[in-house]
Design a protein. Structure first.
Length: 256
């Protein structure tokens, strides 16, 4: 039943859009082309080597930024959640930087690093870092003291065993949520930075389409960006279900 609702959430708006733009002419098709036209344009673009190269560049930048940002965010977040002293030192700095629009930091990052490509990945990685950090910190800090005491009573006295038997399994559900959100955040920032500073990638393609007033190509680029976001989100959600099947968020809800 959930799958049915998911399909309807996409199919119904698309059907209304197609009727309004392609059949009844309620909206101007030059500004809001029918979905059939956009899908055809998207399929055509995917046969072009240049467009596929832009998509691959965006994917590579997104994955690189996500891996670097998520790794650092997980390590720092677990340390902050597990050790109150580390949290006291780093939390104010993280709270001050996190609300800043990451794209606004791009000129400063370019100035410091001297490379637009590196600055693009670092800027996206910063956004991912903070999303993962807060989730990892909450996961670690949510572990109850009684679990640590029970583990120690059963011989887990070393830091490594406590990490393996208590900290990691206890915080993993929220860490995985952070990784999923962080990957989506990375894609969002990469495309946004490509719009303003990239010479390749989906963001650059969208900017060229906008400047040339090629509205159909503009929508096609957005469609591909949305598909990438869905693949990343549902892919990591599937990994989450496999790794933490005990997590309440992965249990089926029984409706009576």
């Amino acid at each position: 039943m959930d799958r049915f609702y998911q399909v309807c959430s996409l199919a119904v708006p698309l059907a209304v859009w197609q009727l309004a733009a392609g059949v009844f002419g309620v909206v101007d098709p030059s500004l809001l082309p029918p979905p059939a036209t956009i899908i055809g344009t998207t399929a055509s673009l995917l046969t072009e080597a240049g467009f596929r190269a832009d998509v691959l560049v965006t994917i590579q930048r997104t994955l690189l930024a996500s891996v670097v940002g998520s790794t650092l965010g997980t390590v720092v977040g677990l340390a902050m959640g597990w050790n109150p002293k580390v949290k006291a030192v780093l939390s104010p700095l993280a709270a001050a930087i996190f609300p800043l629009p990451m794209i606004a930091l791009l000129p400063l990052v370019i100035l410091l690093l001297g490379s637009t490509e590196t600055a693009l990945v670092v800027t996206a990685g910063l956004g991912t870092f903070f999303v993962v950090l807060w989730n990892a910190m909450d996961g670690a800090s949510g572990i109850e003291t009684v679990h640590v005491e029970v583990a120690r009573d059963n011989g887990a006295t070393s830091t490594y065993r406590l990490f393996r038997e208590v900290l990691l399994p206890g915080s993993l559900p929220l860490v995985l949520v952070g990784l999923r959100l962080g990957l989506s955040t990375s894609l969002l920032i990469v495309v946004a930075v490509e719009l303003v500073a990239g010479s390749s990638g989906l963001g650059s393609f969208l900017w060229v389409a906008w400047m040339s007033y090629d509205i159909t190509d503009l929508y096609a680029g957005l469609v591909v960006s949305g598909i990438l976001g869905m693949v990343f989100t549902y892919g990591l959600a599937a990994v989450e279900r496999r790794l933490v099947p005990w997590h309440a968020g992965n249990r089926r809800t029984v409706v009576l």
